[in-house]
Design a protein around this ligand. Structure first.
Ligand SMILES: [Zn+2]
Ligand SMILES: [Zn+2]
Length: 327
């Protein structure tokens, strides 16, 4: 048993730092010292409501397991714990494992801490050319969005136009991917000026909510109004990909804009672990652009303030570094 520092999400926007015991890794697990953990829009509910375990699910760490083949290596943490043996896992859909429902950073302790224990099969070794602050983007920003875009691509012709609703980390990641994966144009709608300007600087065109129909609409805000706008602005035979999260019921208004229209509505979750090497290539292909997303780093000391700015739309993709220089 060792003692680690960990962020305690108390609710109402309060994060304190506590010291808690970290048990010895269970069989099949290794200790990972956290190097970086990216803030995610889905953490904001925990920031507001509190969390029973330490949140943080976009984790880069260093393996601390003497004698283990990965000891000392930098790894990303694949958050869906999976069994490797069920029908879904054997088909490559590790993110859909039928046996193990656990998600690291959600119902198992996550990355806003000095260290955590991680199942060996959830370790993704990171090549040396990927910097600490960009590596976590391989998970949600690239992994989750690329998985959704790949699924949508099965239903769409090549070179179609896309609309992104909400330019948070997932929306901005979608904009970068849509270009890389060959969409002909990307439009964006985002209420916060800072994020909207960033989206435009990455090549998106502004969309004012009026006119135009899009083959692919990536809804990444989770807001009911944006979901409604998505189904109204999708072109016939197009795809609405629902990437934003919301815990509240969505009132679906069936109006003239959608009554005479065939379209697909697509929900996707995270990504199959086998996508990782293709996702590395997506990051390497566009590394300078991804650097623009990481606009602040923070430590335990200012994690709360960083979350407050992130919640207000003043940051795109801040990164928590538990042992940043000078902290
Ligand atoms: Zn996330
Ligand atoms: Zn399984």
């Amino acid at each position: 048993m060792t003692s680690v520092s960990a962020a305690l999400f108390e609710g109402a926007g309060t994060i304190s730092v506590t010291s808690r015991d970290l048990p010895a890794p269970a069989p099949g697990e290794v200790r990972v010292n956290v190097l970086a953990c990216a803030l995610c829009g889905s953490d904001l509910r925990l920031f507001r409501e509190g969390a029973a375990v330490t949140p943080g699910h976009e984790i880069l760490g260093g393996v601390a397991a003497p004698g283990h083949p990965l000891d000392g290596r930098r790894v990303l943490v694949y958050i869906p714990v999976f069994c490797g043996g069920c029908a879904r896992c054997r088909a490559g859909d590790t993110h859909l494992c039928e046996t193990d429902p656990d998600l690291i950073g959600w119902n198992r302790s996550g990355g806003y801490a000095d260290a955590l224990n991680v199942p060996e099969r959830c370790l993704l070794p990171v090549p040396d050319d990927i910097p600490d602050t960009l590596a976590p983007l391989l998970l949600d920003v690239i992994g989750t969005t690329a998985h959704a875009v790949r699924l949508a691509g099965k239903l769409l012709p090549p070179q179609c136009g896309a609309l992104v609703l909400g330019a948070g980390p997932i929306g901005l990641g979608s904009i970068l991917l849509a270009h890389t994966l060959g969409f002909s144009s990307v439009s964006v709608s985002e209420p916060h000026a800072y994020r909207r300007d960033l989206a435009l600087s990455l090549g998106a065109s502004p969309w004012n909510g009026k006119g135009g129909k899009f083959d692919l609409v990536l809804e990444s805000s989770g807001r009911a109004e944006a979901r409604q706008a998505a189904i109204e602005s999708v072109a016939p035979h197009g795809v609405v990909a629902l990437l934003g999260e919301s815990g509240t019921p969505w009132p679906f208004t069936e109006n003239r804009a959608i009554r005479r229209k065939d379209f697909w509505m697509l929900r996707s979750f995270y990504f199959p672990i086998g996508d990782f090497s293709a996702n590395l290539a997506l990051l390497r292909a566009n590394l300078p652009a991804y650097r623009h997303l990481v606009d602040r780093t923070c430590t335990f000391e200012n994690l709360s303030a960083c979350f407050a700015d992130f919640a207000a739309g003043r940051l795109a993709k801040p990164i928590f570094l538990p042992s940043a220089p000078g902290s």
